[in-house]
Design a protein around this ligand. Structure first.
Ligand SMILES: C[S@@+](CC[C@H](N)C(=O)[O-])C[C@H]1O[C@@H](n2cnc3c(N)ncnc32)[C@H](O)[C@@H]1O
Length: 269
């Protein structure tokens, strides 16, 4: 892996994958769907467990999707997702977005969902995504923006979670407020035809609140992020425990509302 590669802050703990597996093209790549049609060749960078990948594959079939990530383990999970859905038009490969092992102009669409916030050099990542995209094709990226996340009722301990998450992610080489920076990164990478948009997830029903708060409580004490927070001297296990409790307390409130804003870019290669 090139030195630009940051360690993936969340890791692939079960609590993290619970969030990733909920994702669909409709709730996480709606800005791209209008550009997809049968027959296109798609590269999905940082595919994770592959639920968005599978939706993209269904939309472009009989076109093919290449799904890449940095560990064989997560690619195995993405392959299982594809096979559960009966999709046979996805290939899987290990790859680092900073240095993709594909020839120039290999794909019509190159997509990355919530990946650029975790990499050490997002501008180099976008240059690589552009290189492997054919001229006139689309490079699409969407990232959340942690400092812009808002919730109600107010909770000082969840404020501490937001601040801590930002510190841990940056110490780890990432940029947690990536959403607002996508346009500037794309310009720096040399794109001139860019359509920037924003879209949010909202968790405010009893079921979605319970799901979102539980997975964040579990992530806070059980994922790679928890270890990075403690080993890096950013928080004690007791502080993480208090944050997990605050998540559960928020999740149990009938008025609870949480918004996750995302920046999005569609760039013409
Ligand atoms: C937040 S997850 C998103 C997964 C999937 N795109 C989704 O939204 O469900 C970020 C993914 O990017 C991968 N990743 C991190 N750094 C990467 C890099 N340098 N090159 C390729 N993938 C990377 C991680 O392993 C992880 O699976």
């Amino acid at each position: 892996m090139p030195k630009e590669t940051a360690v993936y802050t969340h890791g692939h703990h079960e609590s993290v994958l619970r969030s990733h597996r909920w994702r669909t093209a409709a709730n996480s790549a709606a800005y791209l769907i209008g550009e997809l049609r049968p027959g296109l060749r798609v590269l999905d960078v940082g595919c994770g467990p592959g639920t968005i990948t599978a939706d993209l594959a269904a939309l472009v079939a009989p076109g093919r999707v290449t799904a890449v990530d940095t560990t064989q383990e997560i690619l195995g999970q993405a392959a299982a997702t594809a096979s559960e859905r009966g999709l046979d038009n996805i290939e899987f490969a290990l790859a680092d977005v900073h240095a993709l092992e594909f020839p120039d102009d290999s794909f019509d669409v190159v997509h990355a969902h919530q990946v650029l916030q975790h990499v050490g050099d997002p501008v180099q990542a976008l240059r690589e995504m552009r290189r492997v995209c054919r001229p006139g094709g689309i490079v699409a990226a969407r990232d959340s923006d942690y400092a812009a996340m808002v919730w109600f009722p107010e909770s000082p301990v969840m404020d501490a979670w937001q601040e801590l998450y930002g510190r841990v992610a940056r110490a780890n080489g990432g940029e947690p407020d990536a959403g607002r920076r996508l346009l500037s990164w794309a310009r720096e990478a040399g794109f001139t035809d860019i359509t920037p948009t924003a879209a949010s997830w909202c968790f405010a029903t009893p079921e979605s609140r319970e799901w979102w708060s539980s997975l964040w409580a579990d992530r806070t004490v059980g994922s790679v992020y928890a270890k990075l927070a403690v080993d890096g001297g950013h928080a004690t296990p007791q502080e993480l425990g208090a944050i997990a409790e605050a998540w559960h307390a928020w999740g149990g409130q009938g008025d609870g509302w949480f918004m996750v804003p995302h920046g999005e870019i569609l760039c013409r290669a």
